[in-house]
Design a protein around this ligand. Structure first.
Ligand SMILES: [Zn+2]
Length: 111
C-alpha cells in the first residue's frame, strides 16, 4: 500500500464551522438528564406520581436535537455610524446624546 495516499484524506476544519447552538444543547441535555433522573427515581420510589419526569426528559431531548440543527444566533450589531439605545434598544445615531425614541440620555459606551 502506498503511504503517500494518506495526504488525500480531507482534514476536518476545526475553526468552529460546525453549526451548533451550544446553549440550547447544554440546557437541553441538563433537562434530559434531570427528567431521566426523575423517571428513574419514580421507578424505585413509587409515591403515586408516575412518569412525572418523562415529559421533562422528552423536552430536553427535543432541545438537544434543535440545538444541533440550529446555528448559534449572531450577536446583534448596529449599522455603521449607529448604536443601540441603552434603554429602548432602538437603533439611533451614534452621536445622539439623547435618544429620539425614548428621549433618555445616552452613556458613552466604549472608547
Ligand atoms: Zn431609547
Amino acid at each position: 500500500m502506498p503511504w503517500g495516499e494518506k495526504a488525500h484524506i480531507p482534514l476536518y476544519n476545526q475553526s468552529g464551522s460546525i453549526a451548533l447552538y451550544r446553549g440550547l444543547v447544554v440546557s437541553g441535555a441538563i433537562l434530559a438528564v434531570f427528567g431521566a433522573f426523575l423517571v428513574v427515581t419514580d421507578l424505585y420510589v413509587p409515591l403515586g406520581v408516575s412518569l412525572f419526569g418523562l415529559p421533562i426528559s422528552v423536552t430536553g431531548g427535543i432541545m438537544v436535537v434543535l440545538g444541533m440543527l440550529r446555528a448559534e444566533p449572531k450577536p446583534l450589531e448596529p449599522e455603521p455610524g449607529k448604536k443601540f439605545c441603552w434603554y429602548c434598544m432602538k437603533q439611533i445615531s451614534k452621536e445622539a446624546e439623547v435618544c429620539p425614541e425614548c428621549s433618555l440620555p445616552q452613556h458613552d459606551a466604549s472608547d
